[in-house]
Write a protein that binds this ligand. Sequence first.
Ligand code: SF4
Length: 329
Amino acid sequence: MDRIFSGIQPTGDLHIGNWLGAVQNWVALQDQFDCIFCVVDLHAVTMPYDAPLLAQRTRDMAIGLLAAGIDPSRAILFVQSAVHQHAELNWLLTTVAPLGELERMTQFKDKTGKLESVPVGLLCYPILQAADILLYRADKVPVGEDQVQHLELTREVARRWNAAFSPESPWFPEPQPLLTPAKRIMGLDGHAKMSKSLGNTLGLMESPDEIWQKLRVAATDPARVTRKDPGTPTLCNVFTLHRYFSTPETVAEVDVKCRTAGWGCLDCKRRLADAMIETFRPIRSRAEELKADPARVDAVLADGAERARAIAVDTLQETRRRMGFFGAS
Ligand code: SF4
């Protein structure tokens, strides 16, 4: 069975952007692949962050994943920093990673624009991603469109390392992208991708009232200035969200009532809020049970780390041996 690796940053509670864009897909993949999922806290520290909150946000993200359907009996779920081999392989891969390509990474350029001083860790972020994937010699990586460039870097690093240290029998596979239907979820401001750092998210664990308060003020088609102005649903993020959360009948109704000004945007948003609240109800309920029992969550993560480490130790040992390290043969 092919192996998959994927990671998610410990941003706290899941929001609909990372749920629709990644985690729903992970849940489905558990039945088809040997899956390894990771809360990537080592990646989170490459940008300024709130150290006192990191551990709790890491646990909260794990709770979100478990509540959303990641099943530790079918997949490995662990926290990246608990398996030290990620950091060690990262270092070994820096020796073959091309500086020019790292500097050209779109995400690097985007993030450095916001910083006065650029930490080296940010530049090396894609090397750590390569280490995450290659440590488990994963065959496939589920990627969104914004991660394709980083996966290509991983493939390049694998090629360069194989050429340098294992030309006869390549050790690292070049992981293939597992392209899934693109779900790039826009934030409630309607301007940019949904992201915690932009403050435009809607969380799965938010209360029904919080969901409604956020949706009430969410951006819509600007042409609907008054209730009598017809709109174009395809220009409205609320309509996009209806397609993920509402029944086909409701989506068709939204389409007609928007175009004919048959209802106001608040009526439309109320229907979306109700659909979302119903969708999230079982996930919220499982998350609340897990939040009440953090020791159980920590035990799941410790078991996941142990299973991940068992694979990582073997990969690193062979990598060190092929690189000629003392004591590795
Ligand atoms: S009626 Fe609904 S789909 Fe149309 S602009 Fe308003 S919120 Fe958007």
